[in-house]
Ligand binder design. Structure first.
Ligand code: M6R
Length: 613
């Protein structure tokens, strides 16, 4: 959480910082600030609220300089106020620190620093880094100020515990920015006579696609025309930069009012891009150890939020197609349970960002218990991809909207392909079945195009129901997690109460919350469970619900007098149907929130990547 951008080069850094902050705003939007080295002094402009507020203040003060930092905050310690906004300085005011993450031992460190005379100006954990650096700069032996700074950072890191990335600007070294990280992202953008530090690539993507990923414990120094990397002991090392294949268009709204809607519409392309590389991707991963895979008898999948819903569907895929027993668990829970050490076992972590602290913790735990590890992830070089033995990338491009949409459907196609490859390797499915199913998978982008045409219809429906106090979603089998996902989408962007249930469960309790007119969305493609879902429709309707059936063509014909509204999605095979069924629910959530006037791309209290526990 929190988005940080740093620039050093030959131009005025302010426009780079403001633009970078806008692109990082999905990481937090409680307060924002820019800090610029101007004539040997650090000029600070900061404000509570979003980057737009900060921009107004910057226009008034018009700071200029060629080195600077910007920060947009998601509050952890201390309320979102101006004094708690970044940057934080040492007692001299010559050194500033901006930070993303949590310093877990900050209370004890603060106490010690205060007892040694340091004066704190905020309630944040970040400020202790500035004061620690202030002390360490005085006490390390160094050849010059740059060397002093590197050594002071290395020493400071030894005292900190937690997950963090922090960036430093010091008036004694006005030509450089320093950064370091532990379990939080920090990337370097390499330009021509200008370089960037940031929490995520979109912050500088319009200026360069050449990127260096900094690893845990490392320290990086950027100057306008050089980059130096050091290990945790301060010893210089080198690493080859990588080229990011995202282009500028992918981080623009492209004519849509919100990223969420744009990303919903990106889905046909996202699936196509993921599928194009998938066959080769899994082929490569799985060929690494075909004998091991044949013996594989346990799979655990860990993830959070929307990625967890993808994992729940992945279980159906792997069990049905590969015949391998699969457990799915919320990463935040998995970390704290007793895990029986395993052999011939694979743990899969699913994450769009690859930076979710709980998911990283869970996969680390599985690794320690002897599981092989596979990441299904969207962000190249992210922490998760470096932690796991194997990586399969979804290729849905940057997902900016806090509400995840295209990452979810891309994760589903990845999981389906994985299950097919596993099933073929261990002989659970025949070659013919594999080929037929793979063909069905490849036809999804086209079907996705079709399903998006439902937008007008769904948007129209929301006019009638958007003021309702609650929304209910019901599904069964592979569509049960879609009911959960539909409810999560509505909740997070419209703040309405929304619940997803397994359809068979409603009569065991949840049905009591239905009131006259409560919208109940029932996922009921025409399949072997259709008749059971018809009962669920009738039960809800009998209690006054306004029933919306999400079904396929054959189902629609049978539902004329049973549902109040029918939404017909294209038909695919039973296991893949959720990939299409979720789309009307994404659109529904968007339009409910839009009609309610919610800030869709920046829902209250949320941030895109949850990099703290
Ligand atoms: O980056 P990740 O996929 O690991 O993120 C996991 C969740 O935080 C994420 O899916 C969250 O639930 C979304 N806001 C849901 O739309």
């Amino acid at each position: 959480m929190c988005g940080i951008i740093g620039y050093t080069g030959k131009k005025n850094c302010v426009p780079f910082l403001l633009d970078g902050l806008k692109r990082l705003e999905y990481r937090g939007y409680d307060s924002a600030g820019v800090f610029i080295l101007q004539g040997g002094q650090i000029v600070t402009v900061r404000s509570v609220g979003k980057v737009a507020e900060l921009e107004k203040m910057v226009l008034q003060t018009n700071p200029k300089g060629t080195t600077g930092l910007g920060h947009t905050r998601w509050a952890t310690h201390g309320k979102p106020s101006e004094e708690n906004s970044h940057p934080h300085t040492d007692c001299t005011g010559d050194l500033v620190v901006v930070h993303n993450g949590i310093i877990e031992n900050y209370l004890s460190l603060r106490e010690k620093l205060e007892s040694r005379g340091h004066k704190f100006r905020s309630e944040t954990d970040t400020e202790i880094i500035a004061h620690l650096l202030e002390e360490n700069l005085l006490h390390v032996r160094a050849s010059d100020d740059e060397d002093r700074l590197i050594k002071a950072i290395a020493k400071t890191n030894k005292a900190l515990s937690g997950a963090y990335a922090y960036y430093v600007m010091w008036t004694r070294t006005p030509y450089l920015l320093a950064g370091t990280k532990v379990q939080n992202p920090l990337v370097v953008g390499i330009g021509k006579e200008e370089n960037f530090l940031a929490s995520d690539v979109p912050a500088f993507l319009q200026h360069t696609r050449k990127v260096l990923f900094v690893e845990d414990g490392e320290i990086v120094i950027i100057k306008s025309s050089s980059i130096r990397l050091f290990d945790k002991a301060g010893v210089e090392k080198s690493r080859k930069p990588v080229k990011i294949d995202w282009d500028q268009k992918k981080i623009e709204k492209g004519g849509f009012r919100h990223f969420m809607l744009k990303e919903i519409h990106d889905q046909p392309q996202a699936l196509e891009d993921t599928l194009r590389t998938e066959r080769e991707g899994f082929g490569k991963i799985l060929n690494l150890d075909t004998t091991g895979l044949r013996k594989l008898h346990t799979v655990h999948i860990v993830a959070c939020g929307t990625a967890y819903h993808a994992a729940l569907i992945g279980k159906y895929y792997i069990e049905q197609l590969a015949g391998i027993s699969t457990q799915v668990e919320l990463a935040s829970e998995y970390k704290y349970r007793a895990l029986v050490p395993a052999t011939n076992a694979l743990a899969i972590a699913i994450s769009q960002s690859g930076e979710t602290a709980d998911t990283l913790g869970a996969i680390q735990k599985a690794k320690e218990a002897g599981f092989g590890t596979l990441a299904i992830c969207n962000v190249k070089g992210s922490s998760l991809t470096r932690l796991c033995d194997h990586v399969f990338y979804t290729h849905c491009g940057p997902e900016i909207s806090v509400a995840s949409t295209k990452a979810f459907t891309s994760q589903l196609v990845a999981l389906y392909a994985l299950a097919l490859f596993l099933g073929q390797s261990n002989g659970n499915i025949s070659r013919g079945f594999f080929e037929k199913s793979y063909k069905e998978l490849l036809s999804l982008p086209k079907a996705m195009d079709e399903v998006l045409k439902l937008e007008y219809d769904v948007r129209h429906l929301t006019r009638k129901i958007y003021k309702e106090k609650q929304f209910i979603f019901l599904g069964r089998h592979v569509n049960y997690p879609i009911a959960l996902e539909g409810a999560l989408k509505v909740k997070e962007v419209s703040y309405k109460n929304a619940e997803g249930f397994a359809a068979g469960e409603i009569k065991h309790g949840p049905i009591s919350i239905i009131e006259k007119g409560t919208p109940v969305f029932i996922l009921m493609p025409e399949d072997r469970l259709f008749e059971k879902m018809v009962f669920a429709c009738q039960e809800c309707r009998a209690r006054g619900a306004f029933v919306v059936a999400i079904t396929t063509k054959a189902g629609a014909k049978q539902l004329k007098n049973i549902a109040d509204k029918i939404i017909t999605v294209p038909t695919t095979n039973e296991l893949l149907q959720p990939v299409l069924d979720v789309v009307p629910l994404q659109i529904l959530a968007y339009w409910i929130a839009k009609r309610l006037g919610c800030d869709i791309d920046h829902p209250r209290h949320l941030a895109k990547s949850v990099t703290v526990e």
